[in-house]
Design a protein around this ligand. Structure first.
Ligand SMILES: *Cc1c(COP(=O)(O)O)cnc(C)c1O
Length: 568
C-alpha cells in the first residue's frame, strides 16, 4: 500500500539531525540517530521526508583551554553551500504576530538510488524582525521561551510547510517530544463542525490525529521530558491555534508536557531499547508503549580500513548488514591488519589535535559521548591507586565529549579528567580530545581496542556509540543498561560491568560495585586477553561484528518501524 501510493509520505520530525560533520545541526546521540534513520530510509527507498530546524550556529564548537575549561563558540554554517532554498514560505503566529518560515532542501542520496529530502526550517530572512530571525540559530540554546518558539516553528511550521508543498502525509513520526506541537495543527486540520457534533468538546477529534501519529520517546527520566509553564504557552500561542483548555486536556493540567501531548495523540508509541520500553511503561502507566531497539547506519560508521575488508569478503554488506553473519569467512590476519591501520589513523589524529603520541602496541580504551553526570566518565578513576596498579604501562585512554553550556557538573568532569591526564601522564597516557563530533566519532569508535560505557542505570535509554564500535570490530566493555543488555554475551561479544538490575532501580547507588567490577574485569580478563590471548581477542572482534553489527543496525530498525509503526 505504502509502496504503490508513492505520493503519500512518512514525515519524520526531529529537533536535530546529524547527517554529515559539515552540517552542524546536531548535538549528539538523538541527532545522529535521526541522521542514520534518514540515510536508511534512502537506502530502503522508503517514501520519506524529514523536517528539522536550520540551526546554522549549531550546538556549539568546543575548545578546551590549558586548565581544562570548556570554551564554547558558535558554528558557522552557510546553508547555500550545501542546500537549496525552496521557493515556498509559510508562517506561524507567535504572540499573535506572524513569523515567516522558509525551508532549505538537502537531499540524502543512497548508493541504492533512493533519495530522501530533508527540510531545514529557517526564520532568518528579511520578512522577520531581528529577534525572530534568531529563532532558528542555536540548537538547545537560550531559555524556555526561545525553546518554545523553536518548537512552534518545528511542529506547527513543519506541518504548514508540508501542506504548502502539497505533500500528502501518511504518518507523522515525532522523534522525541520537541515536535509534539504538530498535533495541534493536525487537530485543527481534522476539526469537525459544531453542527455535526453539537458539543464543543467533540470538535477536536483526537482519534483522527492519533491514526496519523507515531511517537518515539528517548528519555527514561521524568525531568528529561520537555515541559513549559502554561503562562508562557498561553502568552506565545494565545488561542490562535486551539483553546487552552483543549491543549490542557492532552498536554496535562499542571504544565504543558510535550511527552504527554505526543503520547495522547499517537496511535503508536515506542521506547528505544527493550529495557527503556519497560521503564517507560512504568513511568507512564495506562499507555501502550512498545520498544524498537536503536541501530546505527552501517555504511556511515564502518571506517574505510574495515570497509575495504568487508567489500572483499562480504560484498553488499552496506545495504544488507545481515551479511555480517558471515564474518567468519574473513581470515583473522585481514581483520587484524585493518584494525591496526584504523588504530594508526586514530593515533595520527590524536597527535595532530593534542601533540600526544600514543603507542600502537598498548591496549587503548575509548570513552566519548555527552559529558554529563549520569554518563559517569570518571568511574574509571574511582580508585586511582588501583587503576595505576592495574594499568600502568598497559593501558592508554582517549576521552572526548561536550558538556551542555549550562551543565556545570558536566564541565567539571571534563576539567577533572583533564587534570587527571596531567597527573597520570608518566603512568597512564590519557588525552581529552576537544570538539567531539561525527568526524572525530568515526575515527574514535573504529580506532580504539575497547569501547567503554559507564552510565548510571537505568538512565541510558539506548546508547548507540557502542554499536558503531562493534561495526568496526572494537570490543564493548559496558554497564548493563540500554541496548547493551540485549547485545552482550559475556566473553563472546564483549564484557559487562555490574549486575543487570531489574525493576525500579532508580535510586540504587551502584557506583562502588560497578567500579569494583570494572577493575576486576580489566585486571583479570581484558588486559590478559589483549596481551596473552590474541586468538580470543580476534574471536571477540569477529563476534562483535557477526552478532552485534548484524543486529544493531538501522536497516533492521527501520524495517521494524515500517511494519510495526508506519503500516500498522
Ligand atoms: C553516536 C554519537 C553519540 C552518541 O553516543 P552514546 O555513547 O550513544 O551516547 C554522541 N555524539 C556523537 C558525535 C556521536 O556520533
Amino acid at each position: 500500500m505504502l509502496r504503490k501510493n508513492n505520493d503519500s509520505l512518512i514525515a519524520y520530525f526531529s529537533m536535530e539531525i546529524g547527517l554529515t560533520p559539515q552540517i552542524p545541526t546536531y548535538s549528539g546521540g538523538l541527532g545522529v540517530l535521526a541522521g542514520d534513520t534518514v540515510k536508511t530510509a534512502a537506502d530502503l527507498k522508503l517514501p520519506f521526508v524529514a523536517i528539522t530546524l536550520l540551526t546554522k550556529r549549531g550546538y556549539f564548537e568546543q575548545a578546551i583551554d590549558s586548565e581544562g575549561n570548556q570554551i564554547e563558540y558558535p558554528s558557522n554554517f552557510e546553508p547555500h553551500t550545501m542546500m537549496k532554498l525552496l521557493d515556498v514560505t509559510t508562517y506561524v503566529l507567535i504572540e499573535g504576530k506572524k513569523v515567516y518560515i522558509r525551508p532549505w532542501l538537502y537531499e540524502v542520496k543512497s548508493q541504492t538510488g533512493g533519495i530522501v529530502p530533508v527540510l531545514y526550517l529557517d526564520t532568518d530572512f528579511d520578512l522577520n524582525s531581528h529577534k525572530d530571525r534568531e529563532i532558528t540559530h542555536y540548537l538547545y540554546g537560550g531559555d524556555s521561551e526561545y525553546r518554545l518558539k523553536q518548537e512552534i516553528i518545528l511542529g506547527i511550521g513543519g506541518v504548514r510547510i508540508l501542506k504548502e508543498m502539497n505533500l500528502r502525509i501518511w504518518r507523522y513520526h515525532m522523534n522525541e517530544g520537541h515536535s509534539a506541537l504538530l498535533t495541534i495543527e493536525l487537530l485543527n486540520d481534522n476539526k469537525r463542525s459544531i453542527e455535526e457534533v453539537w458539543d464543543e468538546n467533540l470538535v477536536w477529534d483526537p482519534d483522527a490525529v492519533k491514526q496519523l501519529c507515531v511517537f518515539t520517546t528517548h528519555t527514561p527520566v521524568a525531568a528529561g521530558h520537555d515541559r513549559f509553564d502554561y503562562s508562557l504557552v498561553s502568552r506565545l500561542l494565545r488561542e490562535d491555534y486551539i483553546p487552552m483548555h483543549v491543549l490542557q486536556r492532552f498536554a496535562g493540567k499542571e504544565n504543558c508536557n510535550m511527552t504527554f501531548l505526543a503520547m495522547n495523540l499517537s496511535e503508536y508509541i515506542n521506547g528505544v531499547a527493550k529495557k527503556h520500553g519497560e521503564v517507560s511503561r512504568k513511568m507512564f502507566p495506562g499507555y501502550e508503549i512498545s520498544a524498537i531497539t536503536n541501530g546505527v547506519h552501517s555504511y556511515t560508521w564502518v571506517c574505510p580500513e574495515m570497509a575495504k575488508v568487508y567489500d572483499k569478503y562480504i560484498p553488499g554488506w552496506a545495504n544488507e548488514p545481515e551479511l555480517f553473519v558471515r564474518v567468519e569467512t574473513i581470515p583473522d590476519e585481514e581483520i587484524k591488519n585493518a584494525r591496526k591501520e584504523a588504530k594508526k589513523a586514530l593515533f595520527d589524529m590524536v597527535f595532530q589535535k593534542t601533540g600526544v603520541r600514543f603507542d600502537l602496541d598498548i591496549l587503548t580504551i575509548g570513552f566519548a559521548r555527552r559529558a554529563t553526570a549520569y554518563k559517569r566518565p570518571h568511574l574509571l578513576f574511582y580508585d586511582l591507586e588501583r587503576l595505576i596498579k592495574i594499568g600502568e604501562g598497559k593501558i592508554q585512554i582517549i576521552y572526548g565529549g561536550k558538556a551542555h553550556p549550562h551543565d556545570y557538573e558536566g564541565k567539571k568532569m571534563i576539567k577533572r579528567i583533564f587534570e587527571l591526564a596531567k597527573y597520570l601522564k608518566d603512568k597512564i597516557k590519557i588525552v581529552y580530545l576537544p570538539n567531539y563530533n561525527m568526524e572525530i566519532a568515526q575515527r574514535l569508535v573504529s580506532g580504539v581496542d575497547v569501547w567503554l560505557n559507564t552510565p548510571q542505570r537505568p538512565l541510558e535509554a539506548s546508547g548507540t556509540s557502542g554499536m558503531k564500535a562493534a561495526h568496526n570490530g572494537v570490543i564493548n566493555f559496558s554497564v548493563l543498561d540500554g541496548w547493551w543488555i540485549e547485545g552482550y554475551i559475556e566473553g563472546v561479544t564483549g564484557w559487562s560491568i555490574g549486575k543487570h538490575h531489574s525493576g525500579d532501580d532508580f535510586n540504587i547507588d551502584s557506583t562502588p560495585g560497578d567500579a569494583e567490577d570494572l577493575y576486576n574485569k580489566l585486571e583479570h580478563e581484558i588486559i590478559p586477553t589483549y596481551y596473552n590471548d590474541k586468538q580470543k581477542w580476534c574471536f571477540m572482534t569477529k563476534n562483535s561484528i557477526s552478532k552485534i553489527a548484524y543486529y544493531f543496525n538501522t536497516h533492521r530498525m527501520m524495517r521494524r518501524y515500517v511494519t510495526e509503526a508506519y503500516l500498522a
